[in-house]
Design a protein around this ligand. Structure first.
Ligand code: NAP
Ligand code: MG
Length: 523
């Protein structure tokens, strides 16, 4: 029996212990020997398919280094992959739910055995330090375990409640939608990539998946594990490629039934629009599940435990260089404690070490040259919109290595309507606001179009309860950091422009990928 009650999140690794550091470094060496430089072709109908073009993945902390390559799918590959996926759907949809779930559980077992390798790849390919990579692979395993188990509640006719009615049997039946497209971001290239494909697949859909072009190697590694675990040919079609070239073909295809997307607001809205247009031969309204950007705020009031607030702010802002959708990019401090809190945050953030993921630095390089340009531009914009309290530079190299290095940057006394207050920067740049009082702080927090994560550090019960009602975000945290949602524990997803609030890792997430049929029999 597969039971949801048996789900337990993976424990994290303690890197203050020398033995854990040592095995991590051994994994880095192994990955350098066995995986760095590897090429990952497309996978269509279980066959590896190569292309003339190769997409190159670079180490962001040392951009002279090529981490690996992937093939680059074309529109013809998209057509083939979607057709093949529909063929596979004919039998996959009829598998027993528990048999499908066992494939996820087997994949989880393989990933647990290869956990350190997956971490090491991300240290090299995405610049994740040990703890950031470790919690991400833990999350990837959690998604497999949790979705496999939560699928059971959709397994049988009548498993959703209906009201008894004399003389009839009535019941609801959950059925998969068909072939979906999954398009994922580079910032959680293992966990989000895997979660977004595993969830629809376990409930009987077949998926055409496109990873982000900056993190193709870890995606190829994960796709191989899913196939090794026994997914039949065509259930998972692996299509690395450029979003700008094949994105519209994937989302606009008449045979695409649904789209699950995680990424930025502009690309998400583009997909939403393309998906809304009905194509010749299309016979359904496409469903879109969107997890988009954020402009996440942490409020600190005059009743807060200051030390805890400072720790929460620094962790939320600069973990993985602020490249998390949940990262704190706005710190809102009530005037009474502004100088003390901001002074301490600046001091603490100033002590963060810079270096490579492999060196386990606190702050590493941002993912790409494109991100580097955009973030460093915002540093300049920010310098004109407030007072630079920390950082402000983008050296573009560190210890003799060329890389996308950007200093952790804190800008004080920013206006709530400034560009750096309203636009997602997606890097280590924080805008700080001086709020007149608690009410003003809450107003500032709700003053963007986003609504992903947010937090309050306060010891006032009344204010926490008010924030519970009025703080417009999908994930609200009190007296702790605002990042690091755990699968099953803190179901994740945003409001407003931050997404369709699908709540990944939540009890009803799988229903995003199914439809219901009501069946009535008169006795
Ligand atoms: P992005 O630029 O929006 O790209 C996301 C994905 O969309 C990539 O695979 C990209 O492909 C693809 N894409 C680009 N153009 C497309 C098109 N026209 N049609 C279809 N797909 C297209 O985002 P990112 O830089 O990878 O990730 C960072 C963003 O993701 C941030 O905004 C962050 O807040 C958000 N995010 C949100 C969540 C959440 O749960 N809400 C979680 C993580 C990240 P290429 O890589 O080939 O361009
Ligand atoms: Mg890279």
């Amino acid at each position: 029996m597969i039971r949801v009650q048996e789900y337990r999140p993976q424990a994290f690794t303690d890197f203050t212990k020398d033995e854990n550091v040592k095995v991590y470094q051994e994994a880095l060496a192994k990955v350098r020997q066995e995986i760095v430089g590897k090429h990952y072709p497309l996978i269509i109908d279980g066959q590896k398919v190569d292309t003339a073009e190769r997409m190159v993945s670079l180490n962001p902390c040392d951009t002279d280094e090529v981490v690996g390559t992937t093939a680059a799918a074309t529109k013809e590959h998209v057509d083939q992959a979607i057709a093949g996926a529909w063929k596979a759907f004919e039998s996959w949809k009829n598998w027993d739910m528990d048999a499908r779930a066992r494939i996820l559980l087997k994949a989880s077992a393989i990933l647990k055995r290869r956990r350190l390798e997956a971490c090491a790849i991300m240290s090299i390919e995405a610049g994740k330090n040990y703890a950031e990579a470790d919690v991400e692979v833990a999350e990837a395993i959690d998604f497999l375990e949790y979705y496999a188990r939560s699928a059971m509640k959709y397994a049988h006719f009548g498993s959703a409640e209906t009201t008894w009615f004399e003389g009839e049997e009535n019941g609801l039946m959950w059925i998969p939608l068909g072939v979906g497209v999954s398009i994922s971001p580079w910032n959680f290239p293992a966990a989000i990539f895997l979660g977004m494909l595993a969830a629809p697949i376990v409930v009987g859909n077949c998926m055409v998946v496109k990873p982000a072009d900056n993190a193709g190697v870890i995606a190829g590694f994960i796709a191989d594990i899913m196939l090794e675990a026994g997914l039949p040919a065509g259930v998972l079609q692996f299509l690395p490629g450029h979003g700008s070239e094949i994105g519209d073909a994937m989302t606009g295809h008449p045979k695409t039934r649904f789209i699950t997307f995680t990424g930025s607001v502009p690309v998400g809205l583009r997909i939403h629009e393309v998906a809304a247009k009905v194509q010749p031969g299309q016979k359904w309204i496409k469903r879109t599940v969107m997890e988009l950007g954020g402009k996440d705020a942490l409020i600190v009031d005059e009743t807060a435990d200051i030390e805890n607030a400072v720790t929460s702010a620094v962790q939320s802002a600069f973990g993985f260089n602020g490249q998390k959708c949940s990262a704190m990019s706005r710190l809102i401090v009530v005037d009474d404690v502004y100088d003390e809190v901001v002074g301490k945050v600046v001091e603490r953030a100033g002590k963060l070490t810079m270096g490579t993921g492999e060196e386990n630095a606190n702050v590493t390089a941002v993912i790409s040259q494109k991100a580097f340009k955009s973030i460093s531009e915002y540093q300049k914009v920010g310098a004109g919109e407030g007072k630079v309290l920390l950082g402000g530079e983008a050296p573009g190299e560190h210890n003799g290595k060329k890389g996308n290095y950007i200093q952790p940057t804190i800008i004080g006394d920013v206006d709530r309507n400034a560009r750096i207050s309203q636009e997602e920067i997606f890097g280590p740049v924080v805008a700080v606001f001086r709020a007149k009082d608690w009410q003003d702080a809450l107003d500032i927090a709700n003053s963007t179009v986003y609504g992903l994560t947010g937090g309050v550090c306060s010891n006032s019960r009344e204010r926490l309860e008010e924030a519970r009602e009025k703080f417009e975000v999908g994930n609200l945290y009190f007296n702790r950091k605002i990042t690091g949602a755990i699968v099953g524990v803190q179901p994740f997803g945003g409001y407003n422009m931050s997404g369709t609030d699908s709540k990944a890792g939540g009890p009803d997430y799988l229903s995003n990928f199914m439809q219901l049929k009501t069946v009535t029999e008169r006795w």
